[in-house]
Design a protein around this ligand. Structure first.
Ligand code: PXG
Length: 289
């Protein structure tokens, strides 16, 4: 496996960054998770735009243009001869002295691109559906660390994931500080009620997921009512269908929430038809390499 680090490719065993990198010391940096299907990178522009927005928000200068990052991503896919891949793009504040002052990172940002395969959940869960549980850890407050920033500090989500696992569930529902449903630990959440689709708006605790936006677009194109609306736990419990979306997870059905069976306890009809349409889109859309 060839890993891209600051303009050079190295083998996995040699792909190392300094212990003084502020990405490690402080979680100071940003990232994207991107997928390619059949030699096409899905929503590449959207991911690169979001990477630069995350960087802008934390005043991190990426020492490459968007076009250069896109080329480096494609080069990494080609170097690894991967037709279908999960791409992890990481930009850290870089190597520096100890201390929070970003001025100590005298070498500039570290840019890493990994292209590999990924299976976020076992295959069985895509067929049978996930069980999810509301956890005590609430999603980061936007006025503290805005969830729109895909920062290298994922402790908020990791704690929620641990709580879900400890409770014997596959995934966690994280609430925002007002008690509304925000998202899961690495996925957005959707519910279906009376043929309409609902997902939380991007304010408060919800990342504006790129898969989420694709699903909203597919639904609207197919004349399904698709709404970005605050959702309470009650509305999840009484939904006809529920599913999660994310680049890594793609679309995965949910069949049990906080002990309540959703619908008939099986992946829902609209969930399955949106999954099919999403798969079709991934095969014909995207930047060819
Ligand atoms: N919410 C959060 C908190 C995420 O991190 C999503 C939703 C889905 O967004 P997209 O744009 O992918 O549809 C994410 C996605 C990884 C990794 O290790 C990345 C994510 C989730 C889980 C793992 O690269 N990000």
């Amino acid at each position: 496996m060839k890993i891209y680090i600051n303009g050079k490719f190295c083998e996995k065993e040699n792909a190392k960054v300094s212990v003084f990198d502020h990405g490690l010391l402080y979680g100071d940096g940003v990232f994207e998770g991107i997928r390619s299907y059949n030699r096409r990178v899905f929503k590449l522009k959207e991911h690169i735009d979001r990477l630069f927005e995350s960087a802008q928000s934390i005043i991190l200068k990426i020492p490459m243009s968007k076009e250069q990052i896109i080329k480096a991503t494609i080069d990494t896919l080609k170097a690894n001869k991967l037709d279908n891949a999960y791409i992890r793009l990481i930009v850290t504040r870089g190597e520096g002295d100890l201390g929070l002052d970003v001025g100590k990172c005298y070498k500039g940002a570290t840019i890493i691109i990994i292209a590999d395969r990924i299976a976020l959940y076992p295959e069985k869960l895509y067929r049978e559906g996930l069980t999810i549980v509301t956890v005590p850890t609430v999603r980061n407050l936007p006025e503290a660390l805005n969830p729109q920033i895909k920062s290298l500090n994922y402790l908020n989500n990791i704690l929620a994931k641990i709580e879900a696992s400890n409770a014997g569930y596959d995934e966690a529902i994280m609430l925002d500080s007002l008690g509304y449903v925000a998202e899961c630990t690495g996925d957005n959440i959707f519910v279906v009620k009376d043929g309409h689709l609902y997902t939380p708006p991007q304010c408060m605790g919800t990342l504006r997921g790129i898969t989420r936006d694709s699903i909203l677009e597919i639904a609207r194109k197919n004349k399904v009512g698709a709404h970005e609306h605050v959702i309470t736990r009650h509305e999840v419990y009484i939904s006809d269908e529920c599913f999660l979306t994310g680049t890594a997870a793609e679309i995965i059905p949910v069949v049990k929430v906080d002990g309540r069976i959703i619908g008939n306890g099986k992946p829902g009809k609209l969930t399955l038809s949106l999954t099919k349409k999403f798969k079709e889109l991934t095969l014909k859309d995207g930047v060819k390499y």
